[in-house]
Write a protein that binds this ligand. Structure first.
Ligand code: PEP
Ligand code: MN
Length: 349
């Protein structure tokens, strides 16, 4: 349920409403919008008489949220959430670009990719140090040493860092080295992990599970917000369907659906969506056109020898070309892509 406070409501009135709700055993989450303050009350509403709340001083309206996710819904917060990560304001006008290898393999490898993607206009360096691999016999990642490598390379090129958190015990280690914690598709319903991330001090990006509905995905984000961490982004990375021509089926409609249902930023991952290098750019362009707030793309200087996801990793030159194309597409829908590196080096390469 949300309680919409009137424009003239003062702090004492807001506190009175909040404490009444708490007395009824509800948890209260406040959202300060541009024009009004909203209190979201979550919990068992069975005994609650909505009229009691509606008549309290300062209250403009009381609305029941009919969907099972509450804090992530646009009813609770009509304005889009903006998550600040380094130089990027994700969820605003600018489309945020995250790029880097699937997995951290060595300092030389990450350095070469970080140099290239920063030059092309990415703001955030990606790279897995703890890898969720389908087979236990494939490369599992370098662990904390991988995070140190990511941090050093990102700092040399003015980038922020995103990396995957596989397990609750890794949260403090990731918080130390990275700017955004990524919840992988396979962990989207690891509820113990999601609960812990509700107390994390860094933003979290939740990837859509392989077979998850949008509602299930939003409920996963709800776990994190209900724990008190509001800096959450969602990431569409393709879902499993009967189709085998691509690694996954990229669900473009998830972008406008999520934008309508939730205030959280939505990022598109065309690399895992396509699973093949020759189609990543097309998916990326379409995702930006569909309204994605950002992209996360796998880039490798030697993808044919990559330790994971080489087939879907772009060469830096392909990524650079894609960025130039996105700089044309984004303004057509009122968005922008970072121009700073181009301004510094000029268009011709
Ligand atoms: C990844 O980003 O490399 C990854 C493992 O992604 P997903 O969880 O979407 O499969
Ligand atoms: Mn990958």
């Amino acid at each position: 349920m949300v309680v919409v406070m009137g424009p003239g409501a003062d702090e004492a009135q807001i506190e009175e409403v909040a404490s009444r709700l708490r007395l009824m055993g509800l948890s209260v989450h406040r959202s300060d919008g541009k024009d009004r303050i909203i209190l979201g009350a979550v919990g068992d509403l069975g005994a609650l008489d909505v009229e009691d709340i509606r008549h309290l001083p300062g209250v403009q309206d009381v609305v029941r949220i009919s969907v099972p996710y509450k804090l992530v819904s646009r009813t609770f917060q009509p304005e889009s959430t903006i998550v600040t990560v380094g130089k990027a304001q994700i969820g605003g006008k600018q489309v945020a670009i995250m790029a880097g290898p699937c997995a951290v393999e060595s300092e030389e490898q990450v350095e070469a990719v970080a140099f290239a993607v920063a030059r092309s206009g990415a703001f955030i360096l990606r790279g897995g140090a703890y890898k969720p691999r389908t087979s236990p016999y494939t490369f599992q990642g370098l662990g904390e040493e991988g995070l140190r490598i990511l941090r050093r390379c990102a700092d040399r090129h003015g980038l922020a860092v995103i990396s995957e958190v596989l397990d609750t015990q890794h949260i403090p280690i990731l918080e130390k080295w990275v700017d955004v914690l990524q919840v992988g598709a396979r962990n989207m319903q690891n509820f113990a992990l999601l609960r812990e991330l509700g107390h994390a001090r860094k933003p979290v990006m939740v990837k859509r599970g392989l077979s998850a509905t949008i509602e299930e995905w939003l409920l996963s984000a709800e776990y994190i917000l209900s724990g008190g961490n509001n800096d959450v982004m969602l990431c569409e990375r393709g879902i499993r369907t009967f189709e085998t021509a691509t690694r996954n089926t990229f669900d473009f409609s998830a972008i406008p659906v999520v934008k309508k249902l939730s205030h959280l930023p939505i990022i598109a991952d065309p690399s895992h969506g396509a699973g093949r290098r020759d189609m990543v750019a097309q998916l990326a362009r379409a995702a930006v056109a569909a309204g994605a707030d950002g992209l996360i793309i796998e880039v490798h200087t030697d993808p044919d020898h990559a330790l994971s996801d080489g087939a879907q990793s772009m060469f830096p030159s392909q990524f650079d070309r894609l960025m130039a194309e996105l700089r044309i597409i984004a303004p057509a829908i009122g968005r922008s892509i970072c121009l700073e590196p181009v301004a510094k080096r000029g268009w011709a390469r």
